[in-house]
Design a protein. Structure first.
Length: 173
């Protein structure tokens, strides 16, 4: 006996079964939650190092490269990007989604401690790290200020935008 035989012999029942499956699919589809920016906590840590007066080349060779070598050995690291500029080095470490951010933070701290002997001894402070979420937007400038005098624009920035930035979490000043 063929598995399709009962469906061929009962075309009305088959049509009703297909209509029921279609109806359940449509209802299920309308109940699915959809989000343009889903709530995902990417385990991402940003490491900042300051070396006042150093050129970008010096920062890259004496600060960023030794830190990158240490961070490259971390378990669960999926992506590492770095930027070296005059007096500043920024390294962004993104870990696998399965890794807990607190565990990643401890590993980054131990890697920073291990790299202290490789960094210049005249650094004003050790590297600073912070947990970040790259899915959060930094700012949405949306005002068209061509018709405002510059003094009013400065007042607007000082009174409204600066307060919002200061109250935001995860910003480095």
């Amino acid at each position: 006996m063929s598995p399709s035989r009962p469906f061929i012999l009962r075309p009305v029942a088959t049509s009703l079964l297909m209509a029921a499956i279609l109806l359940v699919g449509i209802v299920g589809y309308t109940q699915l939650p959809v989000s343009a920016l889903p709530e995902v906590d990417y385990p991402t840590i940003q490491v900042l190092t300051f070396y006042p007066g150093a050129s970008p080349t010096v920062m890259a060779t004496t600060v960023t490269a030794p830190l990158e070598r240490q961070f490259g050995e971390l378990q669960g690291l999926s992506q590492m990007t770095s930027t070296s500029s005059g007096g500043t080095s920024v390294i962004v470490l993104q870990f696998n989604l399965t890794l807990n951010i607190d565990v990643a933070e401890e590993e980054v701290q131990s890697a920073i401690n291990a790299s202290q002997s490789l960094l210049p001894s005249i650094l004003p402070a050790p590297p600073i790290y912070s947990k970040t979420n790259p899915a959060e937007p930094c700012a949405y400038p949306g005002h068209h200020l061509d018709s405002m005098p510059l003094s009013q624009v400065e007042d607007l920035v000082d009174t409204r935008l600066a307060q919002r930035f200061r109250s935001s979490t995860g910003l480095v000043w």
